[in-house]
Design a protein around this ligand. Structure first.
Ligand SMILES: [Zn+2]
Length: 252
């Protein structure tokens, strides 16, 4: 067991939140007990995850999507009241790291998604360097965008939305986990033949067709499942804590 402040220092040292301009606070979002034994990691601080963490005997929850975002009006009503009351009643610490968790070069969402898809990172692009550029481990690449889409579907066990099946042989691939649609133009500029992210919005379909670069939307949740458990497991091992990842199914 360790002191909560020591745990915070370990997460901060690893993820360096001070380097990012983010949409919400990174680090300890809700203060619980001082002494920590067990971390449950998950993608989002939903009520289901908090309930599952309580059932699993955790005193600490570590997530990518925390409770507080810049766009909120700050009222503690409805779902916010429910989630906060569960955390406070059970004295559970909530740690959340958003962009720093996307960006970490080995344990972050993008690095782990790349590993899952068999891509090796050769460079970074886009705002705050959150876009990853790389190549498939097998040097020949994929013969077509459809083959790449099939590969991603198999790796993530989920349907992929592919725009621009006409893309040529895929060698350079750009990716940005979660809601990374706004990184598409930077991926095109960086020379990607295909771009993989969680979501698609209306303009990207046109950019894909007009640029000749394939666009693959493989799910916000589905592309961000890997960073939180990788970081939490790493820090838990460092400090001798228990850790368990809990997947809360999400169609997105
Ligand atoms: Zn996200």
């Amino acid at each position: 067991m360790v002191d909560r402040t020591q745990l915070l220092q370990s997460f901060d040292a690893l993820l360096q939140p001070e380097r990012f301009r983010d949409y919400g606070p990174n680090g300890l979002q809700v203060e619980g007990c001082l002494t920590v034994h067990k971390i449950v990691s998950g993608v989002s601080a939903s009520r289901s995850l908090i309930e599952a963490a309580i059932a699993a005997g955790a005193d600490t929850v570590f997530v990518h999507h925390g409770l507080f975002w810049r766009s909120q009006d700050g009222r503690v009503t409805g779902w916010m009241k429910q989630r906060l009351s569960l955390l406070l009643a059970h004295d559970i610490n909530l740690f959340a790291y958003h962009l720093p968790l996307d960006a970490h070069p080995e344990l972050g969402n993008n690095a782990q998604l790349g590993m899952k898809l068999g891509l090796k990172m050769t460079g970074r692009f886009g705002e705050q360097d959150l876009g990853f550029l790389g190549e498939p481990m097998q040097a020949a690449g994929f013969d077509s965008a459809e083959m790449l889409a099939k590969h991603v579907e198999q790796c993530l066990d989920r349907r992929v939305e592919l725009v621009n099946v006409a893309a040529n042989r895929i060698r350079k691939i750009g990716w940005c986990s979660g809601g990374g649609q706004n990184y598409f133009e930077a991926a095109i500029a960086a020379g990607a033949d295909a771009f993989i992210t969680g979501e698609i919005s209306e303009p990207q379909a046109h950019y894909a067709r007009e640029s000749g670069v394939a666009y693959l939307a493989c799910g916000h949740h589905a592309s961000e499942r890997f960073g939180a458990p990788a970081v939490a497991a790493h820090v838990a091992a460092q400090l001798g804590l228990q850790h368990q990842f809990i997947e809360i199914e999400n169609p997105a």
